[in-house]
Design a protein around this ligand. Structure first.
Ligand code: PAF
Length: 283
């Protein structure tokens, strides 16, 4: 596995791959890799000849009171895991390399509307930071396909819309969430949870599943079902940010006739904000 720290060194290597006719799959990450990230790497390796993984903790997507300074950093474990999963290139740039003009002067990319709802409402500016960095990384890596986890469902849809709206020449592939045995979605932020909180955190997915089941039985009672779900979360010790049912395609409220839906939730457990979701189809 090649480890590259500067974009200027990435270009020659990746053009060599292209000249040799290899296809490239890209997995952008912020490091502290877990089984969820490695599922993205494996999916990329199944579909592409060479897998490029970036590890970059993007300051632009963290709010002033968020966890940028304490975001878990495990470079050696990440390198070992990526190399064991057949990664060809680990791109680990510095902030200066990704944002050579400085954070303030950096041109931003915004997907309006979709970036302002749900997590965008609680984390203003977060998705502008995500789309800006992903756009820049896409341009640096120039892969044919990029792989994103559906645990970050809103992020996944925003990236797809950015790629479509800007006619970017890359295919965005969404990969299913990887879960612990108790149902808790894998996330780097699970590291912030104590052992007892990790067990408690599994209730988030439980409530999401119950919500989807109840809605399938009786879509006309959506608001009562969601109220019950929020009550349940609070009884289990969460402070709910949102619990909602939306259309899979654009995260708008479902209209009559919409069948491809998703339950999305965000909730605080102590100082940790967790998100999760479940796609379902109304039959
Ligand atoms: O999902 C993440 O880890 C980040 O938001 C991403 C896509 C790597 C951009 O920094």
């Amino acid at each position: 596995m090649e480890i590259i720290r500067q974009a200027s060194l990435l270009h020659p290597l990746l053009s060599e791959y292209r000249d040799q006719g290899f296809s490239c799959g890209f997995v952008p990450t912020m490091g502290n890799l877990h089984a969820g990230h490695l599922a993205l790497v494996d999916a990329a390796a199944e579909r592409c000849d060479k897998v490029v993984v970036s590890v970059f903790v993007n300051p632009l997507q963290f709010g002033p009171n968020e966890d940028l300074a304490t975001y878990p950093n495990t470079p050696e474990d990440d390198e070992n895991a990526l190399s064991a999963h057949g990664t060809a290139v680990l791109y680990r740039p510095s902030v200066e390399d990704v944002y050579p003009v400085g954070l303030e002067s950096q041109t931003r990319v915004e997907v309006p509307g979709l970036s302002d709802i749900l997590c965008g409402q609680s984390r203003p500016g977060h998705f502008i930071g995500v789309t800006t960095v992903v756009n820049r990384l896409f341009n640096q890596v120039q892969a044919e396909k990029a792989f994103f986890g559906k645990k970050d469902y809103q992020q996944y849809l925003i990236i797809r819309k950015m790629v479509s709206d800007l006619a970017m020449n890359i295919e965005v592939v969404g990969i299913d969430t990887v879960r612990l045995d108790n149902g808790l979605a894998m996330s780097s932020r699970n590291n912030y949870l104590s052992a007892s909180e990790q067990a408690q955190a599994a209730w988030l997915y439980q409530v999401i599943q119950d919500t989807a089941r109840q809605y399938q039985d009786d879509p006309s009672s959506a608001s009562a079902i969601l109220d019950r779900g929020v009550d349940e979360l609070e009884k289990k010790g969460f402070v709910a940010d949102y619990l909602t049912i939306r259309r899979q395609s654009d995260l708008n409220e479902p209209q009559a006739g919409d069948v491809e839906l998703v339950v999305l939730a965000a909730a605080w457990l102590g100082k940790t904000r967790l998100i999760d979701n479940l796609e379902f189809v109304l039959t």
